[in-house]
Design a binder for this molecule. Structure first.
Ligand SMILES: NC(=O)c1ccc[n+]([C@@H]2O[C@H](COP(=O)([O-])OP(=O)(O)OC[C@H]3O[C@@H](n4cnc5c(N)ncnc54)[C@H](OP(=O)(O)O)[C@@H]3O)[C@@H](O)[C@H]2O)c1
Length: 334
């Protein structure tokens, strides 16, 4: 075991676009677990758009501040345990932060069964896979023949959400940034179509791609994309509010969308937000289904692994700029 724990701390909170300069590398002693605590070596660190949202102020967690270790979801291997549920060698996940080692109370950790490759525990079988299942299968409930639109379609959550709708027999249209990513969404993930929101005017583009209107819109981005989808929704359509990545990395989030509440009323739409932890039974159901689909090859898993803790800041900045195809994570150690 190393003697020091490298930690990426927040040097300064961003007031507009995030850059790698908002973080600084520090070193601290490797902590010793106290009563009921567990020490783990970080293997994988999840990079999430929410990391940036947490820097804007309080969300579903307390606001982050300058000087603290950057928060992040981690998968680690237990080194030392003072909790009866965990033993050295176990795989655990939790809110470990951007550091080589994390020490948390056992009650804040979740044990994971080993899996090959391990990265699947952070992608299709991790938080974003669970989120996709929760929103699409649990809330949207796509039916055969329906039209489903998914934004951030080449991302961790969107890629899985769209495939779940395809497995239910829906026609699935993605929205993503850039021609190359859109082509991969269709060719590699099996979406029926994908609109490049950076090039297209989304209002006519959605009309053309969804001639029968939209029954479900899985919203990862908010802003203009949500507004354009609202205008294409069919009667009794469902809008699943998963996240608003277009609003996280800016000092000037776009107002709107227009059409709320008028279009909700006239089209009798349901618009529902959720957090993936809301219903553990649904997550458990999702884990079973997702594992089965990954194992039998009906779900394509796409991942984007950044090597080395020191590259986490640039990795997060790149994620917010749409560099990734699939779940972006950092391999902190083997
Ligand atoms: N509700 C929950 O419990 C829950 C849990 C996890 C995640 N989420 C949410 O799910 C969404 C997706 O998260 P993820 O972890 O799967 O990330 P991701 O989709 O893998 O990565 C983020 C993607 O967002 C897109 N993006 C960035 N800026 C954008 C903009 N201004 N307009 C449109 N698209 C933009 C980029 O793709 P392009 O190249 O297409 O621009 C980027 O690749 C986020 O909103 C996140 O907050 C919610």
């Amino acid at each position: 075991m190393a003697e020091t724990n490298r930690q990426l701390q927040i040097a300064e909170l961003p007031t507009d676009k995030l850059s790698a300069q908002h973080f600084t590398m520090a070193e601290a002693p490797v902590p010793s677990p106290g009563e009921g605590e567990v020490l783990a070596r970080t293997l994988l660190l999840s990079l999430d758009p929410a990391n940036r949202a947490w820097m804007q102020g309080a969300t579903y967690r307390a606001a982050l501040n300058a000087g603290q270790v950057m928060a992040g979801f981690t998968l680690g291997r237990v080194i030392e345990s003072n909790h009866s549920d965990f033993a050295p060698g176990d795989l655990v996940e939790g809110d470990g932060g951007w550091q080589d080692y994390f020490c948390l109370p056992g009650k804040r950790l979740n044990k994971r069964a080993p899996r090959e490759p391990l990265t699947h525990l952070m992608s299709a079988l991790g938080v974003t896979g669970n989120t996709a299942y929760y929103g699409m299968a649990g809330i949207g409930k796509p039916q055969s023949g329906e039209t489903v639109v998914v934004s951030a379609a080449g991302g961790a959550t969107g890629s899985v959400a769209g495939q779940i709708a395809k497995l239910a027999g829906a026609r699935v249209v993605g929205v993503a940034g850039g021609p190359e990513k859109c082509a991969r969404v269709v060719d590699e993930l099996g979406f029926d179509d994908c609109i490049d929101y950076r090039e297209a005017n989304l209002f006519p583009a959605l009309k053309e791609a969804c001639p029968n209107g939209v029954d479900i819109y899985f919203d990862n981005v908010g802003g203009t994309t949500l507004e354009a989808a609202l205008f294409r929704m069919n009667l009794h359509g469902r809008i699943i509010c998963c996240g608003v990545v277009s609003q996280y990395d800016t000092a000037n989030p776009s107002p709107g969308p227009r059409g709320v509440p008028g279009l909700l009323v006239t089209k009798r739409l349901t618009m529902q937000g959720f957090l993936v932890g809301d219903d553990p039974a649904l997550v458990e159901e999702g884990q079973q289904k997702l594992s089965q689909w990954v194992d039998d090859g009906s779900l394509t898993v796409i991942e984007d692994v950044v090597e080395g803790l020191e590259n986490a800041p640039a990795g997060l900045v790149g994620l917010l700029a749409g560099e990734n195809f699939g779940k972006r994570m950092v391999r902190v150690s083997d």
